[in-house]
Design a protein around this ligand. Sequence first.
Ligand SMILES: [Zn+2]
Length: 133
Amino acid sequence: MCTREAFEGKAMHELSIAAEIIDAASVELRQTQGLCAQRLRVRVGGLSGVNPENLRFCLEVARDGTPLGPVQIDVECVRAKVLCPACGEVDCGGRFDLACPRCGGSISGFLGGNEIEVALECEEMEEGRFRAD
Ligand SMILES: [Zn+2]
């Protein structure tokens, strides 16, 4: 069980994001009647400024007392790529740099890295399978 101090100054950013994710997933779950949430998958871009471990911790706290209580939480960090005119798509290695990590030339842009994607995986409940007919 976490204390209030664990959040203050450390993970407030992730905590507010976690609360939004749990809210959105709870709404989605309410709309899928007869389905049971199995897994909450969150993909976090490497340039989004979100710490995946902090976010996972905050999600586990934020889901308490919601319909998502027993759900499994997966947080995956998605590494951004840079687009280099000479090399094409190159893994940026987690750095935010305007130089290509491979050839050192100027890149023309980033591919992803800022996104936070949420997917809720559901399954039919046992009793729901027989109730449908
Ligand atoms: Zn390059």
